[in-house]
Design a protein. Structure first.
Length: 324
């Protein structure tokens, strides 16, 4: 029997809670350790989820000999440092999205993983959810013809808290990195990771981060992606993938539980399913067990290309983070 992949959880915030809850449903995966900013916080997390070991620092978790792979659930601005820390201790890594603050950081992370021959993947959970996978199968089989356009938005209304993660530039705040990554990743998966032209406008709020942005991407075969994101305004959170012979609608596409295929003069085709973090975790387990160092569904070169696109968007809307 193949031994389970032993997971460490770096960060004890809300997203780590959701990830570990779903990890329990993954065959061949076992959460064995957690590291947090304090011993008390780590111990409380471990007690809640029945995890054997807890550590009061991320360094202690990275050095834990009983861990094979570490999930990083800390804010964006820490992703590079925490990924490199884990890789230096020969741990495989699944890092929350966005992969990093900018492309320069992403290049360092990827180079180190490849140098040490370790698995590394951006945790773009939506790409692995079964409803999204079925929608992609519809598209790949030609049911909507040639895909020409994507319209996708992700906006929600948050109270402006200057020191909070969403609005603090020191923490990589703003709508683009927090939720704009979802429509950008979808566009990348449909049309390829490198748009030929980028237009973008945005509103920078009082703290200096983008509170909303609108983006138009054009691709080498003239496909168009019309995207928007916001953290002060709730939007429909829909994705509409439009082809020459039909369209696919994904309501709340970032956690896809429903997809609708519409073709002229035909009854709609509908698929339902569950969304969750377990599907990306299962992908990591399969890759690690097979000795692969990256996922073909969320490859590292694509994560880098998306970061490069976000860098170009930020240049156009005037968004720069401390230290850049």
């Amino acid at each position: 029997m193949t031994a389970p992949v032993r997971w460490g959880i770096l960060g004890a915030g809300a997203i780590s809670h959701r990830f570990v809850s779903d990890l329990k449903q993954v065959a061949g995966a076992q959460a064995v350790a957690v590291g947090a900013r304090s011993a008390e916080r780590a111990a409380a997390f471990a007690a809640q989820f029945g995890i054997a070991r807890s550590h009061g620092s991320y360094e202690e978790l990275a050095a834990e000999p009983q861990v094979d792979c570490i999930y990083i659930g800390t804010p964006h601005n820490f992703h590079q440092a925490h990924t490199l820390l884990c890789l230096e201790h020969d741990k495989h890594v699944v890092c929350e999205k966005p992969f990093a603050i900018n492309a320069e950081q992403a290049r360092r992370m990827i180079a180190r993983a490849r140098e040490r021959k370790l698995f590394l993947m951006e945790a773009m959970w939506s790409r692995f959810n079964p409803v999204y996978v079925r929608a992609r199968q519809w598209i790949a089989s030609g049911l909507i013809g040639e895909v020409r356009m994507l319209k996708a938005d992700f906006g929600f209304a948050a109270a402006r808290k200057p020191e909070g993660r969403l609005f603090n530039p020191k923490l990589g705040g703003g709508s683009l990195l927090d939720v704009g990554i979802y429509p950008l990743s979808l566009a990348s998966h449909l049309f390829g990771p490198r748009p030929s032209a980028i237009q973008a406008v945005g509103r920078l709020g009082p703290t200096g981060v983008d509170e909303q942005a609108a983006i138009v991407l054009q691709y080498p075969e003239d496909q168009l992606a019309l995207l928007s994101c916001a953290i002060r305004t709730r939007t429909a959170q829909n994705a509409l993938i439009i082809g020459t012979a039909g369209k696919v609608w994904l309501p709340a596409f970032w956690r896809a539980r429903l997809a609708v295929l519409r073709r002229p003069k035909q009854a709609p085709r509908i698929t339902w399913g569950k969304a969750g973090y377990r599907f990306e975790a299962a992908e990591a387990v399969q890759c690690i067990r097979a000795g692969r160092t990256e996922s073909s569904t969320m490859p590292l070169d694509e994560s880098l290309a998306i970061m490069e696109t976000m860098d170009r968007i930020r240049q156009r809307i005037g968004l720069k983070y401390p230290g850049e």
